[in-house]
Ligand binder design. Structure first.
Ligand SMILES: [Zn+2]
Length: 185
């Protein structure tokens, strides 16, 4: 007869995303992201503003570091809004990956729709919105910022796709160690 633990295990199904897939797709998008604005949008700004000056690069890198922190904070904020307790949310950096990857882990069991909202928020707020603003005001730098943030959201978008076919109100959890989820079936 199956033990309680085994029964619990059988009721769960794991949805895991291979990190290799995240890297391959992210790299392709990152190449596009760097090549596209430099060729078509920044060329004139480079001449006008001396884009390669140390202070410009320093400020741009600084804004990216702040944006990475904000990216993770937005995931956490949505988890909180969706009902996760403060102590159920933790931050960390996965050092075993090719590029050190910051992450937010949510220990609460939440609905699929809650995880989807948390996954998509940084992509919209830090990626799509700056990209739109950059295109409207005609700033290659802001466009580059938005595109960089979109490239940094590829893992989140792949996870979003993983959850796409699940019912919105199904209960689920973050996988304790891998990039993915456990879903109650
Ligand atoms: Zn993310």
């Amino acid at each position: 007869m199956a033990t309680k633990k085994e029964r619990e295990e059988m009721e769960k199904s794991n949805l895991i995303i291979p990190m290799r897939k995240v890297y391959v797709v992210s790299t392709i998008v990152a190449i596009f992201v760097i090549v596209f604005p430099f060729r078509y949008l920044i060329r004139e700004e480079v001449i006008r503003n001396d884009i390669y000056s140390h202070s410009y690069l320093l400020y741009f890198l600084l804004s990216l570091i702040i944006a990475i922190v904000l990216h993770e904070a937005l995931h956490a904020l949505v988890f909180r809004m969706e009902g996760a307790k403060k102590e159920e949310i933790s931050f960390g950096i996965k050092w075993w990956t090719i590029v050190p990857a910051p992450y937010v882990h949510c220990d609460a069991e939440l609905k699929v729709s809650s995880f989807k909202r948390s996954l998509i928020m940084p992509f919209i707020v830090l990626g799509l919105i700056p990209l739109g603003i950059g295109l409207i005001i005609g700033s290659g730098t802001v466009v580059l910022f938005g595109l960089t943030m979109i490239a940094g959201s590829i893992g989140d978008l792949l996870m979003f796709q993983l959850l796409y076919s699940l019912p919105a109100d199904q209960q689920m959890k973050d996988h304790p160690s891998l990039a993915g989820y456990t879903v109650r079936v």
